[in-house]
Design a binder for this molecule. Structure first.
Ligand code: ADP
Ligand code: TRP
Length: 325
């Protein structure tokens, strides 16, 4: 399998990112290709603070390594370290039909809210298509909200192939569980930086506890019977707990006599134990940031070698001459 995925460094990674994306990256390490990148070029469509972007990119790399990406079994790099991807974006842009981009959610939502979109936001899916196609990727692990972009990628690749002959490989989305939307601390929407309802993975235990305790529940009293299936705290607990633990807590919800504070404490305990090793690894990486930089450099070297081959193939297919060496 040739696996590839990217994640935007637009803030600290949270539980939604972990269960919706990062955990899948880790599970898919060690394949014929396991490429993962930090999508700094995509982040520029929304983040315009240079210092913050630099900090986020560095945090993203450390977080991913701490959570379990292993440089021997996967390739981690910064998107902008492979300039060929922007070249391929242009080549694809010349054959991408407007209607494909006009129906994409990020752009459509902005337009519906009366906000003017930049060309970068509008053509965001073409850069994403280039990210994927430039490594001949066949498997793209993403959260359910990104499936539309993989469809655009396939459409673009198909159109290129029908115009210029078989050149690009059509990728497939790999969605661990299309219904697994991690709920946020507001209790009803999906966890997202845009909704300010996230639980960041690498928070201090004190802050983590506070965020968990602040997760919204209904107003049932301690004695009342409660419904685990509609409770955000329980949905979050399920992500970390064993089946047995889940059944046990669900039974306590239904029996009544347990307050939400207890369920939240149980959530805090399973989460802390789940991330204990990652916390340790992150501390060690913070003490030696050079290791992280070396991983990214080596990652870019490997990714570029692959990207150069594919871009040459695409250039030649559409009639551009081979670049003089
Ligand atoms: P955010 O919504 O916080 O800005 P991103 O859009 O950068 O997060 O998401 C990065 C990855 O994490 C994507 O693959 C996305 O599908 C996944 N993801 C983000 N939030 C969730 C969530 N609440 N549940 C499941 N997956 C999520
Ligand atoms: N758009 C993706 C997101 O917001 C990030 C991304 C950029 C990506 N390029 C990609 C994901 C290529 C998979 C493949 O989550």
């Amino acid at each position: 399998m040739k696996v590839l995925s990217g994640i935007q460094p637009t803030g600290r990674f949270h539980w939604g990112n972990y269960f919706g994306a990062i955990r899948q990256y880790i599970a898919l390490q060690g394949n014929e290709q396991s490429f993962y990148f930090i999508a700094d070029l995509h982040a520029l469509t929304t983040l315009r603070n240079p210092a913050e972007l630099r900090q986020n990119v560095s945090d993203a790399a450390m977080d991913l390594l701490a959570l379990g990406l292993e440089p021997e079994r996967s390739t981690l790099f910064r998107q902008s370290d492979v300039p060929e991807v922007t070249e391929l974006t242009w080549l694809l842009m010349t054959i991408t039909q407007m209607h494909l981009l006009e129906k994409c959610h990020a752009y459509k939502d902005k337009k519906a809210n009366g906000i003017a979109a930049d060309a970068g936001l509008f053509t965001y899916p073409v850069l994403m298509a280039a990210d994927i196609l430039i490594y001949d990727s066949d498997t793209v692990p993403v959260g359910a909200d990104q499936i539309q972009h993989i469809e655009v990628t396939r459409d673009v690749a198909q159109r290129f192939n029908s115009l210029y002959g078989e050149t690009l490989l059509l990728p497939n989305a790999f969605v661990l569980d299309a219904s697994a939307k991690v709920p946020g601390t507001d209790g009803d929407r999906k966890m997202s930086k845009s909704y300010n309802n996230t639980i960041p993975i690498f928070e201090s235990p004190k802050r983590l506890r506070k965020l968990i305790m602040s997760t919204k529940t209904d107003s049932k009293s301690l004695e009342d019977e409660k419904d685990p299936d509609t409770c955000a705290v329980f949905s979050l607990y399920r992500l970390f707990a064993t089946l047995e633990q889940q059944q046990e807590l669900a039974a306590r919800y239904r029996a009544g006599g347990m307050g939400y504070g207890e369920a939240k404490q149980a959530l805090y305990d399973v989460a802390m134990s789940h991330f204990a090793d990652a916390f340790d690894r992150r501390q060690k990486l913070e003490a030696s940031p050079d290791i992280v930089e070396d991983v990214l450099k080596e990652g870019a070297r490997r990714a570029r070698a692959r990207a150069q081959e594919v871009v040459e193939r695409v250039r030649s297919a559409c009639g551009l001459l081979a670049r003089p060496v």
